[in-house]
Design a protein around this ligand. Structure first.
Ligand SMILES: C[S@@+](CC[C@H](N)C(=O)[O-])C[C@H]1O[C@@H](n2cnc3c(N)ncnc32)[C@H](O)[C@@H]1O
Length: 264
């Protein structure tokens, strides 16, 4: 590691509040190089100075570094709401439930839904739940299909669920068991394509995906989800995401703290 890169990493830790050591060096370098290209900075030193001189770049770099970042039961309160309220109330009304995890990265989000779905289906034998999980990143989808994870991304899974739904492998990783895997259909899909992967949906979960989208792209996406959802279907957003003015009328708030909307 060069001195210039090391010193840039130290500044990133302070300014961006991201622990670079949690990522592979190659990954950090690729993301920084892509920001260097976009900001026309030639060396790590140049970019380092640019980062200090341009406060907006801190946010751009944070987004670039966290583009695929995800974990099981990310934001646990949302999953409590799904477990205790939303999924049981859907199951009380119908026997076949369809969920779309849009922008699912490496699969931690749809597998979290699948764990909740499995428990619900055990309690209500007449209910079936299918989860469609998509991402634009083919490599991320490949990893999702593999369903093999480091302990680090499983910190929100309790020991009981870990034993029940994962196989502990000799290499220290955890593999999703088939009864969870078979609830999910993974597909490659671009959310900007203008067509949903599936219609007549009961719930769309699209979380922490739109950080790079323009206002128009965000609005088009909200319209796409609205058209793909059944009446009273749920739209679960990321904690820092919001609905644009132009499309506000399409959804009502169901739980504002957890950013859950309901189709009008
Ligand atoms: C930060 S991850 C979010 C993962 C998960 N939803 C979560 O909240 O933990 C963002 C994901 O959105 C995906 N993404 C970005 N633009 C997309 C697009 N146009 N269509 C589909 N997926 C997209 C990225 O490939 C990335 O895997």
């Amino acid at each position: 590691m060069t001195d210039a890169f090391l010193s840039l990493q130290r500044s990133i830790e302070k300014l961006v509040h991201i622990r670079c050591s949690q990522y592979k060096e190659d990954y950090i370098k690729r993301r920084i190089l892509s920001r260097m290209r976009l900001t026309k900075q030639e060396t790590y030193d140049d970019y380092h100075k640019y980062l200090f001189a341009n406060p907006a770049e801190v946010e751009f770099l944070r987004n670039a570094l966290t583009i695929n970042v995800t974990k099981f039961f990310r934001d646990q309160e949302v999953y409590s709401l799904l477990r205790q309220d939303i999924l049981p109330s859907l199951a009380a009304k119908k026997s076949s439930i369809r969920i779309w995890c849009a922008g699912c990265a490496t699969g931690e989000e749809p597998y979290s839904y699948a764990i909740l779905a499995h428990d619900l289906m055990m309690a209500r034998k007449n209910v079936s739940i299918t989860i469609y999980a998509t991402d634009i990143d083919r490599e991320a989808i490949r990893k999702a299909v593999d369903g093999v994870y480091d302990r680090r991304v499983l910190e929100n899974v309790n020991e009981r669920d870990l034993r029940k739904h994962f196989i502990a492998r000799d290499d220290g990783k955890y593999e999703v068991r088939p009864h969870i895997r078979e609830l999910i259909k993974f597909r490659h899909h671009d959310l900007m394509s203008g067509t949903p992967i599936i219609r007549f949906l009961d719930l769309v979960s699209c979380r922490n995906v739109t950080i790079y989208f323009t206002e128009k792209q965000k609005n088009d996406l909200a319209r796409l989800f609205h058209s793909a959802l059944l009446n009273d279907g749920y739209y679960v957003m990321g904690k820092t995401e919001y609905l644009g003015r132009e499309v506000e009328h399409l959804f009502a708030s169901y739980n504002s703290a957890q950013k859950v909307l309901i189709k009008r």
